[in-house]
Structure formats: C-alpha cells, structure tokens
Design a protein around this ligand. Sequence first.
Ligand SMILES: Nc1ncnc2c1ncn2[C@@H]1O[C@H](COP(=O)(O)OP(=O)(O)OP(=O)(O)O)[C@@H](O)[C@H]1O
Length: 310
Amino acid sequence: MRNLLSVKNLKKVYKYKNKTIEAVRGISFEVNQGEIIAFLGPNGAGKTTTIKSICGLVLPTSGEINVCGYSPKKEPHKVAKKLGVILEGNRNILWKLDVVENIEYFAMRRGIGKKEAKKIAYELTEKLNLKDKIGIPTERLSRGMQQKVALGASLAHKPQLLLLDEPTLGLDYEASQFIVEYIKKLKYENKGILITTHQLDIAEKVADRILIIDKGKIIIDKNLDILKKEFQKKKLMISFEHNDLDLVKNKLSMYKNKYVLNADKKEIEIYFNDSIEIYEIIEILKPLKISKIHTHTPNLEEIFISIRGR
Ligand SMILES: Nc1ncnc2c1ncn2[C@@H]1O[C@H](COP(=O)(O)OP(=O)(O)OP(=O)(O)O)[C@@H](O)[C@H]1O
C-alpha cells in the first residue's frame, strides 16, 4: 500500500493578541492508497488546523508534512496537483459559475488542458447526477447540490489524496448518502481520503480507520473494526428465562455500578474490566436460569462517548 500522506510531529501554535493557542500539539499519522480515514474530535480539537497545514494554508510551527513525496511548504504547486480539498463552507467553488464551468476551471488551474478539462467536467457532472443543473450558477443550487459541485471541483484534476472537511454538513439524508457512496467509490480508485465530520454515523459508514484528536493530540488511531472489537469486550448482555429482575438485582449487590437492568427485554447489560470479573458475575447469576449471553457491538457514537468519558 503506497503512502500518500505522512504527518510527523506536527505542531501549530497560533498567536493572537497576547494569547498563544496550542491548536495542534505534536501529532503524527499517515494516509495510504485506498484508505478512508475519519478524522474526528470535538470542536476546537485541531482538525481544521491540521487539514489547512496539509494544504499549505496554515504554516506549521514545527513538524513535517509529506504529500505524495512533496512538502506543502517547499513545493506547494506540486502538492496542489496531488491534493483535492473541500474546506468547511464550500470556499473552493466559484458561485457565479455552473457545475461544468467550476470543474473545468479547477482542472485548468491545476494544469490540465482546456479540451481535457471540459471532458472531465462533463464526465464528473454526469457521475454527480448534476446534468440537469448545467447552466445554473452554483449560488442558485441547493446546499446538497452545491456540495456535489464542491466535490466535483475537488476531483477535477484527478488528485490522489482527498481532504474533506465536513463534506456532509447541513445536508439532508439523501444528499449525505450520495456523498458517502461517492466517497466510498473513490477508495476503489486507489485514492486516500481524510474526512472530518461531527456526524459519527457518517464516519462509521465511510471509514476504514478512525483518528481521534482531542486538545491537539491524537488519542486514537485505529482500524474501525478493531476499535469496535476492543470496546465490544467490555459489555455483555445476559437474559433470563424469567423476568424477575429483582432477583438479579439482589444477587448483584456487590457489583452495583457494573450493570444496567433492561426490564422490557428481560436482560441486564454488564460492564466489566476483565474476564475474571465477568466469570465471577456469570457464576453468581447461573442459578437464576440464564437463557442467553450475547455481546454488543458498539457503534462509533458509543465508542466516542466512552473515550471522551475517560
Ligand atoms: N487563525 C487562528 N488564530 C487563532 N486561533 C485559532 C485560529 N484558527 C484556529 N484557532 C484555534 O485553534 C484551536 C483549534 O481550532 P480548529 O479550527 O483547528 O479546530 P477543529 O477541530 O477544526 O474545530 P471544529 O470542529 O469546531 O471545526 C481552537 O482553539 C481555535 O480557536
């Protein structure tokens, strides 16, 4: 798998009036071909600063960034040819131009000839389902359509690495779904994609790997399936042949903070630290006629909440 982006020990300190803000505090990560990474974190965690540093829009305080072999600081034009970017708020499109003109314009700006740029523009317009919007200035399109235009513009020069900052922000279900499916297809064109979002369901649908940043530091960098498995281990659901959960309550008096009773489903959810503890709990509950023990696969939202809770 070829490496498309490497970020090493990136730091960014903003100075504003008398204040210094450590927005990014020494982060390192990589993006490879055919990989979609969800870059998650609370407001102000440092996501946009990182993305802007990769694009060369923010000058890092220290650290190294390498995009397909080039440095954003020393070789910005070469980096621009390899990178497709959607920044928050669609700033990479021209509002008076229609979809074809936008894509054509951005393709030519990245060095593609006029004839080829036109061809790409029509192809992408078709793929993005925007053919019937040709001739309409982008400012007159809906938010979802504008976002498709932005995606088209970011793909105009066939970049290898895509940085998408909140690509589905403010979009309805259908438009978000379209963008998600489109992004997934790009992975099979061997592109590498870094996507920031606060919509954890979107991250879960699209990502192979989860990168979580908090207060300028990476706290998680893991494959989504592995992350789910790790968190899965910590919770078990146990149901009984009867629905007398008071019996269960009495038996578990020693483990008061470890379980939640789920009366309508006749089951308990047990949170445990290690296999010894869960073995002990099961031994205690055995006489109450357990009918089923099953694990729960957490969704990304549950994982995120539990990481933040730590
Ligand atoms: N130009 C700037 N000057 C001063 N401080 C800044 C500047 N840009 C960002 N910051 C600060 O840097 C920190 C990180 O901001 P950043 O926009 O990178 O976070 P984020 O993770 O993208 O947040 P959000 O999810 O809200 O978009 C914040 O404390 C922010 O106020």
